[in-house]
Design a protein around this ligand. Structure first.
Ligand SMILES: C[S@@+](CC[C@H](N)C(=O)[O-])C[C@H]1O[C@@H](n2cnc3c(N)ncnc32)[C@H](O)[C@@H]1O
Ligand code: SF4
Length: 399
């Protein structure tokens, strides 16, 4: 099952996983006068660590969070000295940004507001965990101009939430949704996961229908991935947790039919939105635009250069506060790498890939069309429903 989350690392997974392409970051070009319009900010704290999660995060340590917020704004200042930042989208992801206290969030959001002219800002997203949403935090997000909240519900089934090690139950998730709405959040996305161990198709149908009944503007539905270095990966390797690819395909098929019937357009393989509510920030990744990442583990791509900040928040804080670089691995991109990445990512989107991008792959495209995996639409190659289930294999043939 083809999968990716909306995280800032997903747009780059193809290349930065190749160890041998890594170089030391500090030999990289410093900045550019070309404005960067998309900012990602990584907040690594979580109240509890989920056994399936491979994102960079650490257990919430209240003795570190204020220093971290200070370092984040200091890092932003250092980046502003090198880059022209003119944000159209800002994305606070994690980890769990809402694990910060209300006053820490106020300090951070206020710091961003002070530093930027936000007149061009069209979208400001924050990821929220239902276990850490309160009326005060929701009001603060609204007051400081956050326009979109991505709520990690995952499932409406309490047994599955327990299995996932979530810190919330379904009732708390529903309350959090209503708190956000009552505070005036008019753009809420709900994250769901399918293909969970023991999950039945009826449970998944219930989760989809319950989600639709709340009328969020956006829904992300991810197939559970057994990520290396997670507890789920080990349990899967030991045969304790089983993956059923046929069932995963049925879950995916069901999500497409039920969500599309309910008026959500599948604008990317894992993402569905009501008209006008596709995520602008995530689309920027998928369309290959430049973005700057602040915070530990955050990726940046500027022109033909890509780097990742170090994946350790304590070192990140120390380095920022002592004026040192926060960059870890980096690489120079070639136009061939960029083209390959553009094909892989745009194939996942509803507009598909421009036929001109596939001019060297006419025969492969023809075969996929005859297999019913690809179709031609307005000069682009677009995955069919069946093709979406096999998106990674189709993309591979073009790389
Ligand atoms: C990095 S999390 C951040 C959101 C927040 N901390 C939470 O968990 O609610 C973003 C989303 O990635 C998805 N995700 C995380 N690990 C995953 C995995 N192993 N397989 C599939 N989706 C995953 C979840 O749906 C989650 O809501
Ligand atoms: S709360 Fe979110 S970021 Fe934190 S461990 Fe769980 S899935 Fe990962």
């Amino acid at each position: 099952m083809s999968n990716t989350t909306n995280h800032n690392s997903d747009a780059v997974a193809v290349f930065m996983s190749a160890e041998e392409t890594r170089t030391n970051a500090d030999d990289t070009p410093a900045g550019t006068a070309v404005p960067i319009h998309h900012l990602y900010v990584h907040i690594p704290f979580c109240a509890r660590i989920c056994p399936y999660c491979a994102f960079y995060k650490d257990l919430l340590d209240r003795s570190q969070t204020s220093r971290f917020c200070e370092a984040t704004l200091r890092d932003l200042d250092q980046q502003r000295a090198s880059f022209t930042l003119s944000p159209e989208t800002i994305y606070f992801g994690g980890g769990t940004p809402t694990a910060l206290t209300t006053s820490q969030l106020e300090f951070l959001l206020g710091g961003f507001r002070e530093r930027f002219d936000l007149s061009s800002l069209t979208e400001w997203t924050i990821e929220a965990n239902p276990g850490s949403v309160s009326a005060r935090k929701a009001a603060l997000l609204r007051k400081f101009g956050v326009t979109r909240v991505s709520l990690g519900v995952q499932s409406w089934d309490d047994e599955l939430l327990k299995l996932l090690g979530r810190e919330h139950n379904s009732q708390q998730a529903e309350q959090s949704f209503h708190i956000l709405r009552a505070a005036g959040c008019s753009n809420i996305s709900i994250d769901l996961m399918f293909g969970l161990p023991g999950q039945t198709i009826e449970q998944w149908k219930f989760t989809l229908e319950k989600t639709i009944s709340l009328e969020p503007e956006h829904i992300s539905a991810y197939c559970l991935t057994y990520e290396e270095d997670t507890e789920f990966f080990l349990r899967h390797a030991r045969g304790e947790l089983l993956q059923n690819t046929d069932a995963d395909a049925a879950f995916f098929e069901m999500a497409m039919s039920i969500l599309e019937d309910a008026g959500y357009q599948q604008y990317e393989i894992s993402n569905y939105a009501r008209n006008g509510f596709s995520s602008v920030h995530n689309s920027a990744y998928w369309l290959g635009k430049d973005y700057l990442g602040i915070g530990p583990s955050a990726f940046s791509t500027v022109g033909m250069h890509r780097w990742q900040n170090i994946c350790d928040y304590r070192t990140y804080i120390d380095r920022v506060l002592s004026g040192q670089s926060t960059r870890g691995a980096s690489e120079n991109l070639t136009s061939d790498m960029k083209r390959t990445e553009r094909i892989a990512l745009s194939l996942r989107m509803s507009e598909g890939v421009a036929a001109s991008e596939l001019k060297h792959f006419r025969q492969e495209a023809k075969e996929f069309i005859s297999l019913g995996l690809l179709r031609k639409s307005s000069g682009n190659f677009v995955l069919t429903r069946k093709g979406k289930e096999l998106a990674d294999s189709v993309a591979e043939a073009f790389l």
